[in-house]
Design a protein around this ligand. Structure first.
Ligand SMILES: [Zn+2]
Length: 257
């Protein structure tokens, strides 16, 4: 069971009718989940459509469940990966995930890499602030054992961001406990003041999204990013049809908290 289950609802008949088809959300093609996972392409589309600010997917041409990809075949511990050059996201098959919720978490994690790449280009001061916070975490961890949402987040600032990003949505209470500073960063800079509240599964509400006011300076920084030219990002994708070098791929291990 997943805290995301409620948004799937099982009642979206229009999606069920298209059970074998690929889905498309703001230009990002979602495929392979019907064949290789316990989730459908429509489930992933709904998940992202409900929870992710659309600009976080800008420039990402595809999210594909591809368990036979050579990178997955090379190491069973890789759950997903993000290609910096092409901005493609690949997710491993259902056999690598204990639950659909774990797969959803990895999808969120990889989308976090795409959002990070977009901020690096369009709003590098936000990334500088993140790097400062992330670096500060090791000191906090040494003193208190807190600071990171997972062991994997300790890998580097990129993985820390993606782990924190996915946890902000899926388990915000955990993030707030482990690092109030990272929670506030995500709230103010990345999610435009939107907060996610997970509730026990037996509560049919599932989760709630609460909009909260943030100060105008932060709002303008966020809007600046929201107006990122999608064409620009797409152009970079279209010119990168050559396969990425090894250094251009984020292989994401153990992305489940
Ligand atoms: Zn990663």
């Amino acid at each position: 069971m997943s805290i995301f289950d409620e948004i799937f609802g099982g009642s979206d008949s229009s999606s069920l009718e298209n059970i074998s088809g690929v889905e498309n959300i703001n230009g990002t093609v979602i495929s392979g989940f019907n064949e290789y996972s316990d989730l459908s392409n429509a489930n992933i589309e709904n998940l992202l459509g409900e929870l992710i600010p659309p600009e976080h997917l800008a420039g990402c041409p595809s999210i594909e469940c591809t368990p036979s990809h050579p990178i997955f075949m090379s190491d069973a511990g890789i759950l997903g990966f993000y290609m910096e050059g092409s901005h493609e996201i690949h997710i491993s098959g259902h056999q690598n995930f204990e639950t659909p919720a774990n797969m959803e978490y990895t999808v969120m994690h990889e989308v976090g890499h795409n959002a990070y790449a977009n901020y690096e280009t369009e709003n590098p001061q936000i990334i500088k602030e993140w790097e400062r916070i992330s670096e500060n975490s090791s000191e906090i961890y040494d003193k208190t054992g807190l600071g990171y949402v997972s062991d994997y987040a300790m890998t580097d600032a990129h993985e820390d961001f993606s782990e924190t990003y996915a946890t902000y949505i899926s388990d915000p209470e955990l993030l707030e406990f482990m690092s109030p500073e990272k929670y506030n960063f995500m709230k103010q800079y990345i999610f435009g003041g939107t907060e996610y509240i997970s509730t026990p599964l037996e509560n049919s509400e599932g989760y709630k999204i609460v909009e909260k006011n943030i100060d105008s300076q932060l709002q303008s920084a966020i809007e600046q990013f929201a107006q990122t030219p999608f064409e620009k990002a797409l152009a970079s994708v279209q010119t990168s049809d050559v396969g990425p070098s090894i250094d251009d791929v984020f292989r994401c291990f153990d992305c489940v908290t």
